[in-house]
Design a protein around this ligand. Structure first.
Ligand code: GTP
Length: 348
């Protein structure tokens, strides 16, 4: 097993669609603006879901993005059939638009479950589900949860929770603990002005940042270009796992099924090397969502498994140990039946 190899090649695939939900005023538009200000060349398409006739949110992000679209007819999540959203995705994925990421801002009153379903059910072959971010107002959380208990119970549905506005609390620890308790396995990041590291959502320039010999805490100073103020607790970890060869499909599937709490994202290439399945498999996980796509190897490519893992509050040593135990030195002897548990995540 080798950590931090020469680099992990992450082939450009479908365009991830990230959903941003959260209660009224929690900081969704602020997050959008932060992402748009920190694109580092990444092209982001924005779908703003306005509630009511005045397009306030669209105005506040206008002028910052080439492909911006706003759904004129009110609440996106209320549209029962997915065709409206698909039409928007079709426009955003037209040849020439060349987007790297699509962000859909839900209305403050949206029910995120419906939105996730709409994206997963989309017939557009150019997009993939990129995760649900739930923005929570740290000051208002407890009052909101008392009034609308469903708001707290839906936190585990998200792939990432931002506990925003922690600057407005003298001590955010208590509410952080409460939100983490509600969020279950979903990572919770405290933020100010929703200033997350864009790397959580899209690749901001290859693997340079992952080089080194140990997982490291990426600081926002490393990455951000704006000055959004304090980022006291907004830390997450990123590590690269690499095996110079194959992993055992069944053991790897067990890992996928029991990913540790806090592991938000995995991406990279998996090699199983089993007879009949000698392709490379591109892995994309975000929150609970897992997808494997088979691709041919370049003739000269080294057959290896190389993954980037990103999360908050993850135990890097444990992760490395668990993934390390998936290594398989004699994949040609593995019964192809063992591929079944991973193939259910696969698409051609
Ligand atoms: N102090 C403080 N204010 C913040 C922070 N994040 C956002 N705000 C402010 O909170 C207000 C609401 O933020 P928005 O980003 O508009 O919230 P939203 O979720 O898009 O609001 P709706 O679209 O109404 O649901 C704005 O005035 C922001 O400037 C933060 O971390 N700290």
């Amino acid at each position: 097993m080798e950590l931090f190899p020469r680099g992990v090649s992450l082939a450009k695939q479908r365009i991830p669609v990230v959903l941003v939900a959260g209660f009224l005023g929690s900081g969704k538009t602020t997050l959008l603006n932060h992402l748009l200000n920190n694109t580092r060349g990444t092209r982001i398409g924005v779908v703003v879901n306005d509630f009511g006739s005045v397009n306030v949110d669209a105005m506040s992000v206008a002028g910052m993005v080439g492909s911006m679209m706003s759904l004129e007819n009110g609440c996106l999540c209320c549209s029962v059939d997915a065709s409206g959203l698909d039409a928007v995705f079709d426009k955003l994925t037209r040849p020439g638009t060349d987007l790297d990421l699509i962000v859909v801002e839900a209305s403050g009153l949206a029910e995120p479950r419906g939105l996730v379903r709409l994206v997963l059910a989309s017939g557009n072959p150019r997009i993939e589900y990129g995760g649900l971010i739930e923005v929570v107002d740290a000051v208002e959380f407890e009052a909101t949860a008392r009034k609308h208990p469903e708001f707290a119970t839906q936190l585990p549905l998200a792939d990432l929770v931002l506990l925003n506005k922690v600057d407005r609390l003298p001590d955010a620890e208590h509410v952080l603990e409460t939100v983490r308790a509600h969020a279950g396995a979903t990572p919770v990041l405290p933020t100010v002005n929703a200033a997350i590291d864009p790397e959580l959502l899209f690749d901001t320039g290859g693997v340079r940042k992952h080089e080194g010999t140990a997982p490291r805490q990426l600081s926002f100073d490393d990455l951000r270009e704006d000055d959004c103020g304090e980022h006291a607790h907004a830390a997450y970890q990123s590590l690269v796992f690499s095996v110079d060869g194959a992993v055992h499909p069944r053991r790897f599937a067990e890992f996928l099924e029991n990913r540790p709490p806090g592991l938000y994202r995995m991406k990279g290439t998996v090699y199983f090397g089993v007879t009949g399945y000698r392709d490379r498999y591109l892995l994309h996980t975000v929150g609970g969502y897992v997808r494997l796509t088979a691709r041919r190897w370049d003739a000269s490519a080294r057959r290896a498994t190389e993954l980037v893992l990103i999360g908050a509050g993850i135990d890097a040593d444990e992760l490395r140990e668990r993934l390390g135990s998936c290594e398989e030195t004699e994949p040609e002897d593995v019964d192809p039946q063992n591929m079944l548990p991973v193939l259910r995540y696969a698409e051609s």
